[in-house]
Every structure is written in C-alpha cells, then in structure tokens.
Design a protein around this ligand. Structure first.
Ligand code: 13P
Length: 253
C-alpha cells in the first residue's frame, strides 16, 4: 500500500521555544496512524537535531530539512550538504519548493543535482512541482509539470524513483487561501502518475506517494485527501498551529 504522508513545512517561522512546544503538543495528541501513514516536520536547519531528539524513536514521525546543497562538499559558504543531513540521521529533504525556485533561482537542472545527491545519501527527496497562475490560465499546467518532472527526475533508476515523494503545489494556491478544487488536484495527481508510469512503468508509478500542497487547512483537508491519487499533503501556514495541523493529520484516508 502507498505511503500517506503529511509534511509540515514550517518555512522560516517559529522560535526554538515555539517549535518545541508545537511538536510536543502534536506528539501528545492521540492519533491512531495506520502503518502506511507518516508525519514529517520540515524544520529550519538549526532545529533539526533538537526536533529529531524530541521525537526520539516514536513510530511514524520524522524530521526533514527544507533544502540541501546541489554540490557534494567544498567552498560553498552557507550551504548544507545532504551528506551532512544524513550524518545527523535526517531521512527526508524538500527539494524544489517554488519559493526556492523563485527567490533562489533554482532551475530544474540544479534540482536534478540535489535529487541525485540526496538519494546518494539515502535521504528521500520530497520533490515539489507546480505551475503559476498564468500557466494554469493558459491551460498549460500539464505540460509544465511534466517538464519539471522530466528534467529533474527522469535520470533516476526505478529503484531510485521509488524513494522519491512528489508534492504538487500549484504556486497560485500557496499562502493565498485559494486551494485547487478537489477535481483539479485529482486531475493533476493522476497526470503526474501517468507521466511517471511512461518512464518507470505502472507498478512503480502506483507505488509513489504524491502529496498536494497549497492552502490546505483543517476545513478542506479531508475533501482533498479523499481523492484516489492524493496521498497526503505538504502544509505551510496551517502546520504552525497544533489544532489545525492535528485536524489535517486526522483527515488522512
Ligand atoms: P500554505 O499551506 O501556507 O499555502 O503553503 C503551502 C506550501 O508552500 C507548503 O510547502
């Protein structure tokens, strides 16, 4: 059965103290997660070790980095390599978030290098894709997303792609309060799975988790997650509030 995953992307938010108490509150809650369900906290670099220690060996909870370097090591001031993340026991890393594509000019080619390095370090990339409003309005979203996947993921072997989690985040839905409709989400997720199946085969494509991100809240999570090709969510704003985030976790199928 495919993994269902809820990822909290805190972005550049929360103090160390706020971060600790948010995670404490979530871990204290009674959640009956199924064997194939996971919760991942993608936290700023300085909090990785601490949050990982707070989670301890609690089943089904993981910590992720929000980025990693596109080079292995060397004179790259301010960068953090996937090898370093592996060294502190990190299992997931977000790669290609639209904010990094936009503000840090990360293109598909650089993201391909990051994906390769993460996998080399045994870290699961959470690979983000998604179109802008203009692309959606001109009805080019399918071709656009396919291009992102081709350029950053199609070099992988079947064994490698199975370790990747895809997150579809339409840029126009991020932080805007505007979500894709349930139909739009399902349609794009099915398209992504079809694109993956052309390269890696149906069985492999069926095994890959595809998450939806963009203004997911407690009030709309269930409807979005109920779609057959939606395997969870990548949550920004609503992951900073324990009550909201717990409702989202409980909305998994
Ligand atoms: P919001 O949930 O705040 O729209 O952010 C989505 C996102 O960018 C998660 O990575």
């Amino acid at each position: 059965m495919r993994k269902q995953i809820i990822v909290a992307n805190w972005k550049m938010n929360l103090s160390n103290i706020e971060a600790e108490s948010l995670v404490d509150e979530i871990l204290k809650a009674t959640l009956s997660l199924k064997d194939n369900q996971q919760v991942v906290f993608a936290v700023p670099f300085p909090y990785l070790i601490n949050i990982k220690n707070i989670i301890g060996n609690k089943n089904s909870f993981f910590v992720a980095a929000q980025n990693c370097a596109s080079t292995k090591n060397g004179a790259y001031t301010g960068e953090v390599s996937s090898e370093m993340l592996d060294g502190i026991g990190i299992k997931y890393v977000i790669i290609g978030h639209s904010e990094r594509r936009l503000y840090n000019h990360e293109d598909n080619k650089v993201l391909k290098q990051k994906v390769d390095l993460a996998l080399e370090s045994n870290i699961h990339p959470i690979f983000c894709c998604g179109e802008s409003l203009g692309t959606r309005e001109s009805n080019n979203q399918n071709t656009f997303v396919e291009h992102q996947l081709r350029e950053s993921l199609f070099q992988l072997t079947t064994e490698q792609i199975k370790k990747v989690v895809i997150a579809y985040e339409p840029i126009w839905a991020i932080g805007t309060g505007k979500t894709a409709t349930s139909e739009e989400a399902q349609e794009m997720h099915a398209h992504i799975r079809k694109v993956l199946s052309t390269q890696f085969g149906i069985t492999t494509a069926e095994s890959i988790s595809i998450l939806y991100g963009g203004s997911v809240k407690g009030s709309n999570a269930e409807e979005i997650f109920n779609n057959s090709d939606v395997d969870g969510g990548l949550i920004g704003g609503a992951s900073l509030n324990a009550t909201e985030f717990l409702t989202i976790i409980k909305s998994l199928k």
